[in-house]
Design a protein around this ligand. Structure first.
Ligand code: AMP
Ligand code: MG
Length: 402
């Protein structure tokens, strides 16, 4: 067995970042910027009002109070998206809506709540307002020419809003990896038909495809394959042309029909590893024509944990994400997490909750590598070092799954 860190290091050493591509901003969420973004213009582009109300000259309202209001003539109405027909004169107000440009001649806004209409064409103002009141100046968010983002920025929803606000329709980013997923196993059945003796349903493929999508990669469903050397070899050869990375499940252990391992050893530059972890000890990792292939074990919990430990961080590295690893945090074990020494780090499926005194964990249920139900109940993997385990009340590090 090799240590977990060494297995990860071997994989990461074989990973190359993908090329930069131009993508529409609607498709850029989660991708990493490969260009500098400058503001082409002031944002907001013009002085505008932050309130519905009236554009006024502050000096006109200097004496205004609720007891002694000042009446102004309403000269125009300015909606967002329109401009005033002319400049504001002394003794006048213009009705103005949030986001509309400030008319020439006005230097303040009085919000509608501090006014009362006097018929159609006049307004009573119940308060004085300082110069610049409720005016958002041009460039208050971003000045023309300012650097908005630098290469390496991970584009989240709010970044896409900023890109749109500076008028960009597409951006240069490190490409989103297309990640092909296929299962292997003669016992696998797809669809609702009754199981024949010896058959089980393919649960790994939907799980892995969803994990791929959640990680920010583009999933490519490559189906379920039999335990057949030539079928698996053909599928791998075909898939490396279409995908940036491949994930398979099953067929990498010590069994007679574990063909994924055999095919990868023949076709690719491959490391087959026994990693000192539980679950997910066996792992086949190879590179075929430049495409990394993660041969994950077949047991459902093993394939999911192996994805988390090896495939997710490595493929995030391909897309230049700085946050390749899941968040880890310390938590108090409310129940003991006991184990026996076996030379491996154990990853225990746990329910993590935040309480008034910090994070706590309890077991999510059955910990067998075939027991997918407890993985569904879990939102973290407690990292239990080799030894006798963790006593109730002790602190343990948890890899968060959400
Ligand atoms: P293997 O790694 O191929 O030896 O498979 C280990 C265990 O995982 C066996 O019990 C398989 O039946 C099971 N298994 C393999 N692939 C899948 C899959 N796609 N969905 C559910 N169980 C699987
Ligand atoms: Mg198998």
């Amino acid at each position: 067995m090799i240590p977990l860190d060494e297995a990860k290091a071997r994989i990461n050493a074989a990973i190359q970042p993908l090329a930069a591509v131009q993508v529409p901003i609607a498709e850029a969420r989660g991708l990493v910027l490969a260009q500098e973004v400058l503001a082409q213009e002031d944002i907001p582009p013009f002085d505008n009002t932050a309130m519905d109300g009236f554009a006024v000259r502050s000096a006109d309202l200097a004496s205004a109070t609720a007891d002694s209001p000042v009446e102004l003539v309403v000269a125009a109405t300015i909606a967002a998206g329109s401009v005033a027909p002319r400049a504001l004169m002394a003794g006048e107000a213009m009705r103005i809506m949030t986001g509309a440009p400030i008319p020439d001649g006005a230097d303040a806004i009085i919000m509608v709540e501090l006014t009362e209409p006097v018929g159609e064409h006049a307004v009573r103002c119940n308060s004085a307002v300082p110069v610049k009141n409720h005016i958002r100046p041009a460039g208050d968010d971003l000045k023309a020419g300012a650097t908005v983002f630098v290469p390496g920025e991970v584009l989240g929803a709010h970044h896409l809003g900023v890109l749109a606000s500076v008028g960009l329709e597409s951006v240069l980013v490190t490409a989103r990896p297309r990640v092909g997923v296929f299962s292997t196993g003669d016992e696998l059945v797809v669809g609702p038909e009754p199981l024949q003796p010896g058959q089980i349903r393919d649960s790994n493929r939907p799980t892995l495809l969803a994990l791929v999508a959640e990680a920010g990669f583009q999933p490519v469903d490559l189906g379920s394959l039999p335990d057949d050397d030539s079928v698996i070899a053909a599928a791998l050869r075909n898939a490396v042309g279409r995908c940036d990375a491949l994930i398979t499940s099953g067929g990498v252990s010590m069994g007679d029909f574990d063909y994924v391992k055999a095919v990868l050893m023949r076709l690719g530059e491959l490391s087959w590893m026994q990693v000192a972890i539980k679950p997910a000890k066996p792992l086949a990792f190879g590179v075929l024509l430049g495409t990394p292939i993660f041969g994950l074990p077949g047991n459902p919990v093993s394939s999911a944990v192996s994805f988390e430990l090896f495939a997710r961080p490595a493929i995030r590295q391909m897309m230049a994400r700085p946050d390749t690893e899941r968040v880890h945090q310390w938590a108090v074990a409310d129940d003991p997490l006991l184990r026996s020494p076996d030379g491996k780090i154990h990853f225990v499926r746990v329910v993590v909750t935040q309480q008034s005194d910090g994070w706590h964990i309890r077991s999510a249920g059955g910990q067998g590598s075939h027991q997918l139900a407890a993985l569904a109940a879990a939102n973290g993997l407690a990292i239990v070092a080799d030894g006798d385990g963790v006593q109730a009340g002790a602190r343990v590090q948890v890899m968060m799954l959400q």
